[in-house]
Write a protein that binds this ligand. Structure first.
Ligand SMILES: Cc1cc2nc3c(=O)[nH]c(=O)nc-3n(C[C@H](O)[C@H](O)[C@H](O)COP(=O)(O)OP(=O)(O)OC[C@H]3O[C@@H](n4cnc5c(N)ncnc54)[C@H](O)[C@@H]3O)c2cc1C
Length: 350
């Protein structure tokens, strides 16, 4: 079988990269070892343009957010499946000073596309003390990552572009024309392996800083919210449920297993109990490991020794927002030879 690209991994990275290639008429084969606890399947799936305690604009937000919206909506059309939802993130003003400061900031150039202070605070009042009111993001979104990955995997199978297998490095043969793996001959191979990329022999010594995360799945007996609340941790309403939410997430740099822990559950509950005014029931818990990097930027590029072998990784805690734009950016580099942005190019670590 001859293809243009062999893609290893079908998380968010492999999904966005292979779809971008297919859209450009390339022949692809995606090989994936599906696992219920991959980062993409466990992810909260939130696209939040303003994050952190200090309220900073997500890096590259002006480019990422318009791009991701179009990308996921187009993919929904192709797959005839719903997985992308407009969802704003609501945060309360913590003090009158903060309220004044943020009201001023909302008019600043660059913030007006992402920051909305004219919100209806009433729906949130049953959940959190918002006596000082609050604000919402603009262009926030939620991606049902598991629904996307499942639907896209089925689509790949239909077009004979999917193999379920764990690719062993020893089975790769680098040829003058490209790469051979079993019966598949490809002009190029791109690894989209998430945390497994840390052990890839073709791309050694890249500064991964893997970080485990856990989420709780809870139920609240109250008419459900439409949007996400963030206050130290996020509480995200799951559509088409009667008051089910995901609550998260934790960050653990030591334990890099993907099993759930009592410690994380206690941590999340302690944070939630500080502000959630309503009682809740815990329905479940899940854990995964984010493929994060020391400088919090993606790891994209090709091997200096084998230019036909590429790497698309390091999406960290924001893969859902970063992947569509950078898949497109990487494909332009692979196909047209455009220069990779220095901040994401793996060459920065040569
Ligand atoms: C708890 C938690 C919450 C998160 N919340 C958010 C959020 O709200 N918003 C957001 O944007 N991001 C979030 N993230 C981060 C996001 O999940 C990641 O950035 C993203 O999923 C990384 O995708 P990936 O495709 O690089 O890796 P993965 O999802 O790990 O996919 C890699 C795939 O490659 C396969 N693979 C690896 N090696 C091989 C091989 N040799 N052969 C075959 N297959 C192979 C794996 O089995 C897997 O299927 C969260 C992560 C966690 C853990």
């Amino acid at each position: 079988m001859q293809v243009d690209y062999l893609i290893v991994g079908q998380g968010i990275a492999g999904t966005t990269l292979s779809y971008t290639l297919l859209q450009q008429g390339k022949r692809v084969m995606v090989v994936d070892a599906p696992h219920p606890n991959t980062s993409s399947r466990v992810a909260g799936g939130i696209c939040n343009p303003i994050t952190g305690r200090k309220l900073v604009k997500t890096w590259m937000a002006d480019a990422l957010f318009p791009f991701l919206q179009k990308f996921y909506q187009d993919l929904e059309q192709t797959l005839q499946t719903r997985f992308f939802y407009d969802r704003q993130v609501y945060r309360i003003f913590k003090s009158i000073e903060q309220q004044n400061q943020l009201l001023g900031k909302s008019a600043e150039k660059g913030w007006e596309h992402f920051f909305n202070t004219e919100v209806d605070n009433q729906p949130y009042a049953a959940f959190i003390d918002n006596s000082l009111d609050g604000w919402e993001t603009k262009q926030g979104a939620w991606l049902d990552t598991a629904a996307l990955i499942n639907a896209y995997g089925e689509y790949l199978k239909e077009i004979n572009s999917y193999r379920e297998a764990l690719l062993a490095y020893d089975d790769i043969e680098v040829t003058p024309e490209g790469v051979r793996w079993k019966d598949v001959e490809a002009q190029k191979l791109v690894f989209c392996q998430g945390m497994e990329g840390k052990h890839n022999p073709y791309f050694q010594d890249l500064p991964f800083r893997l970080v485990k995360g856990e989420l709780l799945h809870i139920k609240i007996a109250h008419p459900p919210l439409e949007n996400i609340i963030t206050h130290g941790i996020f509480m995200l309403p799951l559509p088409d449920t009667e008051g089910e939410y995901l609550v998260g997430a934790t960050y653990d740099w030591q334990d890099l297993s993907n099993t759930t822990t009592d410690k994380a559950r206690d941590q999340l509950q302690a944070k939630l109990d500080k502000w959630l005014k309503l009682p809740y029931e815990i329905l479940g818990q899940r854990a995964g490991v984010r493929p994060a990097t020391a400088d919090r930027r993606p790891l994209i590029g090709t091997s200096p020794a084998h230019p036909q072998i590429g790497f698309f990784n390091g999406l960290g805690a924001k893969g859902v927002s970063l992947a569509p734009y950078y898949a497109h950016h990487f494909v332009a580099h692979l196909e047209q030879g455009t220069t990779l942005q220095a901040e994401v190019d793996i060459k920065r670590y040569n």
